[in-house]
Design a protein around this ligand. Structure first.
Ligand SMILES: [Ca+2]
Length: 303
């Protein structure tokens, strides 16, 4: 089974992505990074999700802030605690004492050439690991990143949330030399929307997994609908799905990609579509994905 580290600011859609990950990969650990909601809630959400589905993996804590960014959490998207306000029981396990970036480096040595990282979050942990030990690039087989907007920024006019929270980290990681695939925001908007009809179907199933989905993504559904979507939008889960099954990608381009770190443009994804910078391509960017394959994969895990 493929071995992954799951890097996450664990709130609603992160938990569906985590469910896909534990069903389809061997998850060697979950590393928490500042992002969606309050840090303690993110940690609880990760511990609870693992426990709910009976999966034993350590949870490692990263820094409680981005490298340079002054960010804001988005409880209005994910609910007060990040899981739709679900008043779930206190997880029985505690997080591991090892710092997330150190755990990443240690695990990358234990599984050198084999480890993949699924980063559905700001890239702070991975940037810190790289700054401490740049050779990590050679040990990590693949880095899957949810981040960046083509033109429909969901946090500023131009920036997607993960790249906006820690654009310095994103810039460090994208220029480090990892084998990277990026799943931008609009690709998820187009192809990773769980419709209201599917929601009704999922709710009727009344399984452990379907109940988890409905409760943890309730706030996300409302937010997505208010934003003009036809259901709940799942960028993290799409990234997990693509990591598992690359045939879900229907169009991708290998380009030189960077991230803007200045003033109003912070977090903007810079795609060199015409080779203007003379830089070597450093990432495969997913432009389109197969929405029916994504939907089938998600629905199959909620029965
Ligand atoms: Ca996330």
């Amino acid at each position: 089974m493929r071995k992954i580290l799951f890097d996450s600011d664990t709130a609603s859609d992160d938990t569906l992505a985590l469910l896909l990950a534990i069903r389809k990969f061997e998850v060697l650990g979950v590393t928490i990074v500042a992002g969606n909601v309050g840090f303690e809630n993110q940690v609880r959400n990760a511990l609870f999700t693992l426990e709910y589905f009976g999966y034993d993996a350590p949870v490692f804590l990263g820094p409680r802030r981005p490298i340079m960014g002054i960010w804001k959490t988005v409880e209005e998207v994910h609910g007060a605690n990040g899981l739709g306000g679900w008043n779930f029981p206190e997880p029985s396990k505690s997080p591991d004492s090892e710092f997330a970036a150190d755990a990443l480096l240690r695990i990358s040595k234990a599984y050198s050439g084999e480890l993949e990282i699924l980063a559905v979050s700001p890239l702070t942990n991975i940037a810190l690991a790289y700054l401490k030990d740049p050779a990590v690039v050679r040990r990590v087989k693949k880095l899957w990143v949810m981040g960046g907007a083509f033109y429909r920024g969901n946090t500023t006019q131009i920036a997607e949330f993960n790249f906006w929270v820690d654009p310095e980290a994103a810039r460090i990681v994208l220029n480090a030399g990892f084998d990277v695939t990026i799943v931008p925001w609009e690709t998820a908007e187009q192809s990773a929307c769980i419709s209201k009809a599917d929601w009704e179907d999922i709710a009727r199933r009344k399984t452990k997994a379907s109940e988890f989905f409905v409760r943890s993504n309730a706030a996300l559904l409302n937010y997505s609908l208010r934003s003009g979507a036809e259901g709940s939008v799942h960028p993290d889960s799409l990234t997990a799905a693509i990591a598992f099954d690359q045939s879900i990608v229907t169009e991708a381009k290998t380009l030189a990609v960077d991230v803007e770190t200045c003033a109003g443009g912070r977090g903007a994804m810079l795609l060199d579509s015409y080779g203007l910078t003379g830089k070597q391509p450093n990432a495969s960017v997913v432009y389109r994905a197969d929405s029916s394959k994504f939907r089938e994969l998600v629905l199959s895990q909620l029965s």
